[in-house]
Ligand binder design. Structure first.
Ligand code: NAD
Length: 470
């Protein structure tokens, strides 16, 4: 299943392993090692692709109802092991346990959804001269799935669910910082009865294993979630073999608050929209755009709401924000905050990669408003009117997500239609639902995950003409 047989066992003695390939996995809240894994190299990636290729013919022949049954079994195993998976994810990423439980709940829902979708993603019959044409949805083959460290299990499931439903076999490469939940999921897939070789998990460096999957002749598609920078590299690497790619990349989403909005509700929801997962969220509404006539009042409300965010031990039930994922990432986040912010929260003493909730008053030209911070830092920016709000909201290379707060329904729809982003919410800050398509405009990528749309990204349409001429 994985190239790292002892991967999730307790910390192995360092001397047992070759330090050149050993990966030490840390708990970001304590900076303590929690696992040591052997990393695969190019050979490990090739071996996983070979296993996935060997498993493909039999997996394609599994009857749709049986494939659906196996996915349902995986979903229920995820539920049964929900607490264990949530604790692995919470410890490895530094996520509050309550949020991690919610994410694992979504993973099960994703597998249930795609179990139900297996036999509903059908072709058409098309009347044409001399006969009839039928279309079929064929699997692509072996797909490489490369995922980031911020929602490791969730994002893996968004790709594995539709890929398996369409009859593909997969090689999943988790991020180096957070491989533990993916390895456990690989074991659960086997326990569910999904045949050996259909789901392969390979731990290794992006620049080695990831790159190898991108360039491999026998990999038909790369489902990638990560930074825009690496996404561009994946796209370049995929060109040589005309590989299909789905790219879910960075974001710089706007939370647009009009003067006619329920300001209390908008302010109460705003911290979750940017500080959830310590801001390490591609959908983070990290630009808070506020109509000038209510700017001062809203900022006051926002500061109050942000002061209430509970930061601390991720394993505590009432913690709302944990640490950042690594020391290096904390340095990057800190580099965005210059001068005295409008608000800076507290952080726990002691070890851990903590960074406080931070509100910065900015213009849309400032670096903090232009680049993805990927940490708990929000830029608060005034706007004049509806046209100005749309202009500022779209003045970014990204186009992933966003929110619009107003009591005027027509305005909400006008602004939503004029916003260059793939996933928007009105009077709410949520972006992700199992049933609805998720993905970006512009440099936030292309292709859609979740909902029935994701199935299009894991299948080819084949047209077959049948003559009816005597
Ligand atoms: P990253 O781009 O550094 O890494 C993502 C994955 O790509 C990792 O598994 C990494 O090992 C691998 N990788 C690195 N170099 C590679 C290469 N040359 N070839 C192939 N694979 C390679 O991103 P990250 O730091 O892990 O995650 C943060 C980024 O992910 C942010 O930009 C965030 O916005 C983005 N993200 C996007 C979404 C979305 O759905 N749009 C969701 C979550 C995160």
């Amino acid at each position: 299943m994985s190239d790292t047989g002892s991967a999730v066992s307790p910390l192995a003695p360092r001397s047992c392993l070759n330090p050149a390939v050993t990966l030490t996995v840390l708990d970001p809240a304590t900076e303590e090692p929690i696992a040591e894994l052997e990393q695969a190299g190019v050979e490990g990636a090739d071996a996983a692709v070979a296993r996935a290729k060997a498993a493909l013919p039999a997996w394609r022949r599994v009857a749709p109802a049986d494939r659906a049954r196996l996915l349902r079994r995986l979903a229920s195993l995820v539920e049964e092991h929900g607490e264990e998976l949530a604790r692995i994810e919470s410890r490895n990423v530094g996520k509050p346990i309550a949020g991690a439980r919610g994410e694992v709940g979504m993973v099960a829902e994703v597998f249930y959804f795609y179990a139900g979708a297996v036999d509903k993603h059908s072709g058409e019959t098309i009347p044409v001269a001399g006969g009839i044409a039928a279309t079929f949805r064929e699997p692509l083959g072996v797909v490489g799935l490369i995922v980031p460290w911020n929602f490791p299990l969730n994002i893996a499931s968004w790709k594995i669910g539709p890929a398996l439903a369409c009859g593909n076999t997969v090689v999943l490469k988790p991020a180096e910082l957070t491989p533990l939940s993916a390895l456990r999921l690989g074991e659960l897939a086997l326990e569910a009865g999904i045949p050996e070789g259909v789901v392969n998990v390979v731990v290794g460096k992006g620049s080695v294993v990831g790159r190898r999957l991108v360039e491999h002749q026998d990999v038909a598609k790369i489902g990638f979630t990560g930074s825009t920078e690496v996404g561009a590299e994946v796209m370049r690497g995929a060109a040589a073999t005309i590989k299909r790619v789905t790219l879910e990349l960075g974001g710089k989403s706007a939370n647009v608050v009009f003067a006619d909005a329920d300001l209390e509700a908008a302010a109460a929801a705003a911290p979750y929209a940017v500080f959830d997962n310590a801001g390490q969220d591609c959908c983070a509404r990290s630009r808070v755009l506020v109509q000038r006539s209510v700017y001062d009042r809203f900022l006051e409300l926002l500061v109050e709401a942000t002061r209430g965010v509970k930061i601390g031990d991720p394993s505590s039930e009432d913690t709302e924000m944990g640490p950042l994922v690594s020391a290096a990432h904390r340095e990057t986040v800190a580099s965005f905050v210059e001068g005295e912010p409008a608000f800076r929260g507290e952080v726990p003493a002691g070890p851990g990669y903590w960074y406080p909730c931070t509100l910065v008053e900015a213009t849309n030209d400032d670096r903090v408003a232009r680049e993805e911070v990927f940490g708990p830092v929000a830029a608060v920016i005034p706007f004049e009117d509806e046209a100005d709000a749309i202009r500022i909201s779209n003045d970014t290379p990204y186009g992933l997500s966003g929110s619009i707060w107003t009591r005027d329904g027509a305005r909400a729809l006008r602004v939503a239609r004029a916003t260059d982003a793939g996933v928007l919410s009105v009077n709410a800050n949520t972006s992700v639902r199992v049933q609805t398509p998720f993905g970006g405009f512009k440099q936030s990528g292309f292709g859609r995950e979740l909902g029935m749309h994701a199935l299009d990204g894991y299948s080819e349409v084949k047209s077959v003409f049948i003559s009816t001429e005597g």
